[in-house]
Design a binder for this molecule. Structure first.
Ligand SMILES: NC(=O)c1ccc[n+]([C@@H]2O[C@H](COP(=O)([O-])OP(=O)(O)OC[C@H]3O[C@@H](n4cnc5c(N)ncnc54)[C@H](O)[C@@H]3O)[C@@H](O)[C@H]2O)c1
Ligand SMILES: [Fe+2]
Length: 386
């Protein structure tokens, strides 16, 4: 079996590295950059600082912030119109997974005609777009180092996953100082998303020798730093640890894959308006309990990376300790239960299960899971997470 490993050409890390955005883009011959900035940052000091760095490098820029969390096709269309009007030649994203994914798909849209649904799935983007440089502001999705974008098709009510090597950012600028402003609930949700990336990358049927150590490093860092970053937003060491964990999580899963948690979380998030991190977090313990049997040794490896079991403990013990830990982690981080996120109406919830299970399977992600469930098993799993 052969494997392929994609990553950004350049990855900068460390406090203050955001200030190098201008020189990095100038080295790519950028002259006019569309700055896709998350609304939270759009008129704040970080955006002004980055704008100054672009000015310093002689790069003209225009800001686009007209998008929402868990962005839609309309958000991308408006960004692409902005890109064309400004006659940009490059894109700089400053935001969480939402801003980064909008930036990636604006790049795709200006280089490829047609609605975004034509690119849904694997390797369906014909032409490469302009260079995209990204500065993540949440320590979560790892989108700064993935060849993936997730965009909602509001007409068909589907969260489309678009995966293509052309979506890999040219450069990732991972400056943890941008994450210091995240409040504890956001820190928790995006942090459990990172943990899910590490675990799914490691247990995936497409895990491989290069992704394994990166996935385990990410898991180890989450175990050490997530609770600290949640308890004290100003804990710089913990914020740096989580920013690196998110980057590693992205590098790992984009070169193996995500699995059942992500497959189930996209339809759930869409149906009940849950942000991506939260919809993963509420499913992670139940799905891990279900999947454990299919790859006991792998889940035990995750448990050992988290220090939950020693090499002397058997795999069955270790993998069970992991499931217990995931339950406890959600509780410690005050992640709500699924029933509390979905309005508490179980009958209404049950009426959505058939479509959600079909959409989960359609995405392709569950097929990478150690145990591949049938649609009725997915419906039961949703119900068991309630
Ligand atoms: N492309 C990928 O590889 C990939 C992987 C996983 C998830 N995703 C997608 O990423 C999106 C979720 O991204 P996310 O979880 O990073 O959140 P996000 O980008 O949606 O941001 C969530 C909220 O936090 C705010 N915010 C962002 N940074 C902040 C900061 N530093 N301080 C305070 N507030 C801040 C935003 O304004 C927004 O309101 C979803 O659409 C999901 O499907 C993409
Ligand atoms: Fe995710």
């Amino acid at each position: 079996m052969t494997h392929r490993f994609d990553s950004p050409t350049v990855i900068l890390t460390g406090a203050g590295c955001r200030r190098e955005a201008g020189s990095l883009l100038a080295a790519m011959k950028a002259r006019r950059t569309l700055l896709v900035a998350d609304p939270f940052f759009a008129s704040g000091p970080f955006t002004r600082e980055i704008a100054a760095a672009l000015d310093g490098a002689g790069i003209q820029h225009e800001v686009y912030s007209g998008f929402q969390p868990d962005p839609t096709e309309e958000n991308v269309r408006a960004g692409a119109a902005c890109f064309r009007e400004f006659q940009a030649d490059s894109i700089l994203a400053l935001g969480g997974g939402s801003g980064i994914d909008v930036a990636k798909m604006v790049g795709v849209s200006v280089a490829n005609p047609g609605p975004l649904r034509e690119f849904q799935g694997y390797h369906r983007v014909p032409n490469r777009g302009p260079s995209v440089v990204v500065v993540p502001t949440t320590a979560g999705t790892g989108s700064e180092a993935t060849k993936v974008a997730v965009i909602t098709d509001t007409e068909r009510r589907v969260k489309m996953m678009i995966l293509d090597p052309g979506l890999m950012p040219a450069a990732a600028i991972v400056d943890y100082e941008l994450t210091l402003s995240m409040p504890p609930p956001l820190t928790a949700h995006v942090g459990v998303d990172t943990l899910t990336h590490g675990i799914e990358a490691f247990v995936s049927r497409r895990a491989n020798p290069l992704t394994d150590p990166i996935a385990l490093a990410s898991i180890d860092r989450v175990q050490r730093y997530l609770r600290r970053a949640w308890a004290d937003p100003e804990d710089r060491e913990a914020r740096e640890g989580m920013a690196l964990a998110a980057l590693e999580g992205g590098l790992a899963f984009t070169n193996s894959s995500v699995c059942l948690v992500h497959g189930m979380s996209r339809p759930l998030g869409l149906a009940f308006g849950l942000p991506h991190g939260l919809s993963n977090a509420v499913l992670l313990p139940a799905v891990t309990r279900f999947s454990r049997e299919g790859a006991v040794a792998r889940y035990a490896g995750v448990a050992r990376a988290m220090g939950l079991a020693s090499p002397g403990n058997g795999d069955a013990y270790a993998s069970e300790a992991l499931v217990d830990r995931l339950d406890a982690l959600n509780e410690e981080l005050e992640v709500p239960r699924l029933r509390d996120c979905c309005g508490g109406d179980r009958e209404r919830f049950r009426s959505t299960l058939e479509k959600m299970a079909a959409d989960a399977l359609d995405s392709g992600s569950p097929q990478n899971n150690p145990t591949v469930p049938a649609a009725d098993e997915i419906m039961e799993l949703y119900d068991s997470a309630w």
